[in-house]
Write a protein that binds this ligand. Sequence first.
Ligand SMILES: *Cc1c(COP(=O)(O)O)cnc(C)c1O
Length: 218
Amino acid sequence: MPSICDNLNNIRNQLKPYNATLVAVSKTKPAALIQEAAQCDQIDFGENYVQELTEKHGQLSDKLKWHMIGHLQSNKVKYIAPFVSLIHTVDSLKLLAEINKQGLKHNRVIDVLIQIYIASEDTKSGLSYNEADLLFASVELKSFQNVRIKGLMGMATFTENEKQIASEFRSLKIYFDNLKSSFPKFDTLSMGMSSDYKVALNEGSNMVRIGSLIFGNR
Ligand SMILES: *Cc1c(COP(=O)(O)O)cnc(C)c1O
């Protein structure tokens, strides 16, 4: 059976031509396995739940970078604000304002992505393109000094239909490129997980979030 390190190296080789960052999604996996990945030079880890994220951050090396990739409630931002590296799942101005407030409190600028709803399913969260337009146009945004929007995140429909997945990712890439003219600091497009990262890379992703292909099924 391939080791976690074998899995990581295999994926890294595939990411190389795309210059994409690998976020190892460690949700439900014990700290010992994260440690094993860290020993294989994996720095970026993604978690879905605030409590699990803060626990693992406390248990593991300070050198690791923690990504929040699950739905985030405003009242929980305070727990991750001191250390979180990137929040992928910002879906409201209210949440952005809270992250800014907590960033100020901890004297840091917190990097975030705006999550866009690109799937044809009811289960996935994020803003529609129209809602995102409103958020990016809001005057309040410019007053946030302690939060930095780095780009966008999106999850495609869970389907075997690769053409559909590709088209959902492609639309997000086009939206991302358009926004870049107004927000030149945008540099991160988080798209792709174990089942669809190859499609995502071909459609312009530069950050993939991969769990089961590294750590095994959950
Ligand atoms: C769990 C999760 C992943 C990783 O899923 P895998 O199929 O295990 O690669 C990626 N992104 C988000 C938002 C997730 O919740």
